[in-house]
Design a protein around this ligand. Structure first.
Ligand SMILES: *[C@@H]1O[C@H](CO)[C@@H](O)[C@H](O)[C@H]1NC(C)=O
Ligand SMILES: *[C@@H]1O[C@H](CO)[C@@H](O)[C@H](O)[C@H]1NC(C)=O
Ligand SMILES: *[C@@H]1O[C@H](CO)[C@@H](O)[C@H](O)[C@H]1NC(C)=O
Ligand SMILES: *[C@@H]1O[C@H](CO)[C@@H](O)[C@H](O)[C@H]1NC(C)=O
Length: 702
């Protein structure tokens, strides 16, 4: 695991993603408004299945789009229509003529009921006999008469999963009479009595009854039924509410029960002990899995989960990972596992992409569940902190970034969540590498499209961050959220012309001027705002956007801020505009000169810099420059070491020596140059000299 993220997307995935997101371009509309593919020819069945699945993952299935599956151009076999928003009519027209072997209709909503789906499928003789696997979890519409359901028609069915819906004893009786049924999941349904299962005791191999909340049987009655299901190899009687029922312990104590069992899940059940679990497993040496999350068990040597016997639980990382893997659809268990994972992260010293990936899955499956998002964002922060982020595949980090932003969007007023997410987003690796992940993807063919995706994603996160700034400014509140958001924006725009352009296009400049006006005494805010504006000013093509008088007046007033860092950044912006923007310059010569004077006098008030504090990145001073270091591009940063290396790599030493030796250099500037050289020399002693200039760096200098 984890390797998948480290390699490029497959060509098929890229094509399907493209087709999915640009569907209109490949389709025409029928009279009824549904889509119809224009390309002639038939899709191979595997590709058609994958296309449908991709559309489902992107949340693009609706009455219009599923139109492309009508007719014979597509042949579906294993259909996934998760979360489709479709009507009964659209479902029937698009899917019920295919030779379906599997259908996953989890979370399908809008105007469609379970009865609609079953009778649609039952209208096709082939499907009646050959549909093997049907998933009807979490369907939302329940306005239907359960007596009209005809599961009986689907005589080929081997596996049925029907969870989180109103499914009653009568339904269970009908399902249990299906002649081929081997696997059944009735978790969180309205079943009160499982006696009906006796009808399939000669067939049933897998039974999942997680959180069967309405069950009205005694432990003895339940065990009497379970005892009869002698073929069972998998039994799940887990629960989230830690009900006081002693069913788990009683089951574990049975000597002769369930001889073929290889997998037992009692997570979330009370009264489970290591001793009982061990005794049960020792009688069944072929056991492969036992679920013990949120029980008191799982701590003995026997149950570490390292070997042949997998264990989900909270005792160590192996058990927690197993829990996240198995229970990704169960919010309560996901939260529980993440909670324990978090307490383990402080001892983690290695990068763990496979663990982060599991966190991502949990986050993705429960976007609206605050406890899950809180726990997940905390884990993400710890798992991607500093060095740990270095080994994470960029694609995984891109997923993380996307989900963190979604969480922030869904819970805009939850301080802790916002903070967790922003802290994670501010990781250097995420900020520096994620927006540039097109460099990692080697497929030229996909380049254009990926670049587009990457850029529009950048635009999206930027917009969300700007939204937070706007909200906080309107509320006139300076808090950690605002500060972190500004930092994140500052870092996102660092050396990213695309993001800078997005910033301008989304009225970021106007917003940031409002921020400056709203918090005139908050230097920590000013510093971040100016830091970002400085990044914008580094992008030559955006200079004209900055050339308005109010903007320049405001920035030049900040040149004289008592906070020297604010002054540094203000100077950086002005210097950029003066040095590079001559053609775009719209102010008069006298205004320009007075700005230069301002700049000069501000600089003379600065203390002598230490490399630890501030470093300069200088392009070569051209001859006859009025102010040598300013004439060049100036860039200011508090991250000393990075810029020291950069300065040396790009041949800055020589330029600084030139400035130092230059006859006409202002004495104060000379003093600054000496101070920087001093710091650079210290840096070289400490970190060694970076490799000599590359061709690339040379080209940028000349
Ligand atoms: C159980 O199913 C109901 C719908 O019948 C749903 O609202 C609820 O969230 C589900 N509970 C869990 C714990 O999944
Ligand atoms: C799980 O716990 C056992 C002992 O309790 C230990 O030997 C094993 O290394 C642990 N595994 C991990 C991944 O921590
Ligand atoms: C993870 O979070 C905990 C709790 O805040 C903290 O004590 C620990 O140092 C963090 N670990 C890492 C690796 O950041
Ligand atoms: C922004 O980036 C700088 C330099 O890369 C780093 O020192 C700083 O901590 C980052 N800010 C945040 C909030 O992460």
């Amino acid at each position: 695991m984890g390797h998948e993220e480290a390699s490029p997307y497959s060509l098929l995935d890229i094509c399907l993603s493209f087709l999915t997101t640009h569907l209109e371009k490949f389709c025409s509309a029928r009279q009824d408004g549904t889509l119809c593919l224009q390309e002639p020819g038939v899709f191979p069945q595997e590709v058609a299945d994958r296309l449908l699945q991709t559309m489902a993952v992107h949340g693009l299935l609706n009455d219009g789009t599923v139109g492309i599956f009508r007719g014979n151009q597509m042949r579906l076999k294993r259909a996934c229509i998760r979360k489709a928003k479709i009507s009964a009519v659209a479902f029937r027209k698009a899917f019920c003529h295919h030779k379906l072997v599997e259908l996953d209709a989890t979370g399908v909503n809008a105007d469609i009921t379970i009865t609609d789906i079953i009778s649609g499928l039952g209208s096709n003789k082939w499907i009646q006999q050959n549909l093997q696997c049907l998933v009807l979890n979490s369907l939302t519409l329940s306005l239907e008469d359960p007596y009209e359901r005809c599961f009986r028609q689907l005589s080929g069915l081997r596996a049925l999963s029907i969870t989180n819906v109103l499914f009653y004893n009568e339904d269970l009786a009908e399902v249990a009479s299906l002649p081929r049924l081997e696997s059944l999941d009735i978790s969180n349904t309205s079943v009160t009595d499982i006696t009906a299962l006796l009808a399939c005791k000669e067939r049933l191999k897998s039974l999942t009854m997680h959180h069967l909340k309405c069950l009205k049987m005694t432990t003895t009655q339940i065990l009497d039924v379970v005892r009869e299901l002698r073929l069972l190899s998998h039994l799940d009687i887990s629960d989230d509410k830690q009900f006081t029922s002693d069913i788990a312990l009683r089951l574990l104590e049975q000597q002769d029960i369930l001889p073929n069992l290889v997998s037992l899940d009692v997570s979330g059940r009370k009264h489970v002990t290591d001793k009982a679990v061990e005794a049960f497993i020792q009688q069944r040496p072929s056991m492969q899995f036992v679920g013990l999350l949120a029980t008191d068990a799982g701590y003995s040597e026997f149950l570490t989960g390292e070997g042949h016997l997998k264990v989900s639980g909270e005792a160590n990382e192996t058990q927690i990972a197993e829990a996240l893997k198995r229970y990704s659809e169960r919010a309560f268990f996901v939260r529980e596992a993440l909670f324990h994972l978090f307490s383990l992260t402080h001892v983690m010293e290695k990068t763990k992409p496979e663990i982060l990936k599991l966190v991502v899955t949990g986050m993705r499956n429960h976007p609206m569940n605050l406890p899950v998002q809180l726990a997940a964002s905390a884990c993400v922060f710890n798992l991607t902190k500093q060095d740990l982020a270095a080994g994470m595949p960029v694609r995984l980090l891109a997923d993380v970034t996307h989900l963190l932003l979604k969480a922030m969007e869904h819970f805009p007023n939850h301080q802790q969540l916002q903070k967790n997410c922003l802290l994670s987003l501010c990781s250097d690796r995420i900020l520096q590498d994620v927006p540039f992940n097109r460099q990692v993807i080697g497929l030229t063919l996909a380049q254009a499209d990926l670049e587009f995706t990457v850029q529009s994603q950048g635009g999206l996160e930027l917009m969300q961050l700007l939204q937070i700034v706007k909200q906080k400014t309107n509320q006139n509140s300076v808090d950690t959220t605002l500060k972190f958001t500004l930092s994140a924006l500052w870092n996102l725009t660092d050396e990213s012309p695309t993001t800078c352009r997005h910033f301008i296009e989304n009225q970021g400049l106007e917003l940031f001027m409002r921020v400056l006006e709203s918090f005139p005494t908050e230097s920590s805010i000013q510093q971040k705002v100016l830091g970002l504006l400085n990044n914008i000013a580094e992008v030559q093509e955006l200079h004209s956007e900055l050339m308005w008088k109010d903007f320049i007046d405001h920035i030049s007033s900040l040149l004289h801020s008592v906070e020297v860092e604010v002054s540094y950044f203000a100077a950086g912006i002005i210097a950029h505009l003066i040095s590079r923007g001559e053609q775009a310059w719209t102010l008069s010569r006298s205004q320009r000169n007075s700005l230069l004077d301002d700049l000069h006098s501000a600089i003379l008030k600065w203390p002598t810099p230490e490399c630890e504090m501030v470093a300069y990145r200088c392009a070569p001073p051209r001859p006859a420059a009025p102010l040598p270091p300013l004439r060049a591009s100036l860039s200011w940063s508090l991250s000393a070491s990075r810029y020291c290396s950069m300065l040396i790599e790009e041949g800055g030493l020589q330029h600084l020596y030139n400035i130092k030796e230059h006859q006409q250099t202002d004495p104060h500037v000379q003093q600054i140059a000496v101070a920087i050289l001093d710091s650079l020399e210290k840096h070289i002693v400490r970190h060694g000299r970076p490799p000599p200039c590359t061709k690339h760096a040379q080209a940028r200098l000349n």
